[in-house]
Design a protein around this ligand. Sequence first.
Ligand SMILES: [Zn+2]
Length: 385
Amino acid sequence: MSTVVTGIAELVTNEPGLGDGLLGVVADAAVVVDGGAIAWVGPARWAPDADARVDVGGRAVLPGFVDSHSHLVFAGDRAAEFEARMAGTPYDGGGIASTVAATRAAPDDALRAALARLVREMRAQGTTTVEVKSGYGLTVAEEARALRLAGEVTTETTFLGAHVVPPEYTGRPDDYVDLVTGPMLAACAPLARWIDVFCEPASPHAFDGDAARAVLTAGRNAGLELRVHANQLSAGPGVRLAVELGAASADHCTHLTDADVDALAGGGTVATLLPGVEFATRSPYPDARRLLDAGVPVALATDCNPGSCFTSSMPFCIALAVREMRMTPAEAVRAATAGGAAALRRTDVGRVAVGARADLVVLDAPSYRHLAYRPGVPLARSLEP
Ligand SMILES: [Zn+2]
């Protein structure tokens, strides 16, 4: 059954050939959806007939947000850590151990229910594709469990056994890397599309460049594609390692050298910015303009997690990107849709074009600009014709 969506004051397609500007905006547009895919896009006056009709009443319609970085399989929360941080305690990743303890102690059903609640929360704010990482189990069985649960809600599952060195391996990080690249990888590779590592020599809990290289290389040899937590707390080796190894995305990119920017500009790796983290850790934001002006492909994602950033809202990240990182509203919307798709190497999401998935978001507003212009207002919802 086909449905024609009309009354679209402004349609963001992300296809410059279909409309105006960076976002390929079509005014007074219509979209025909058939069998979960987009069958036609264009000006409403040329729209073909369909079996059903949905009129969105002069609102803006966008591709659904692609949140390419989240950590949704966990138990408990860290509100007290947040409160202490706002009072001056710096963030160094050490609080992750408390989430690991709570997650290990939680039964499957509790983790599944918490995960489902967060995915519903995202969807209610317009996110239609989400990547979900493991990383709060940190044993062979627990990491495999997290990935099985993540696989119930998304195909974009990421093995993050190398999130932090767990407490039982304190002082023996090399032994933990051997576990991650050996039995843990063997158990988790069949359950994941991606492998990731928290590469951060400035954190006593995370992994240096050599360890990160070992993890990523082993993952690639096991058939996984690569993404990296890179340069969050310092200008470490993560970004250049990501580009060298052909990772789809280097995430955070908060502290970059000129060589890092050059590497990103010349490589095929997306820079995924996570400004909710800087907001929630009260840290300097990444220099998005430097990346955009250098021609680096940029994505925006939430990094939704219980420690450094517990927002599930892509509209909030868009507002931060515009207000705090000086991205234009169009750049921010593109980064949250097509940018996220590129960071996941997907061409079927993040755009409104014939053949793409019919993942549409409607705003309770006439223009995409309202996402940044009206921060904190629940404007976006996914449209399911
Ligand atoms: Zn993260």
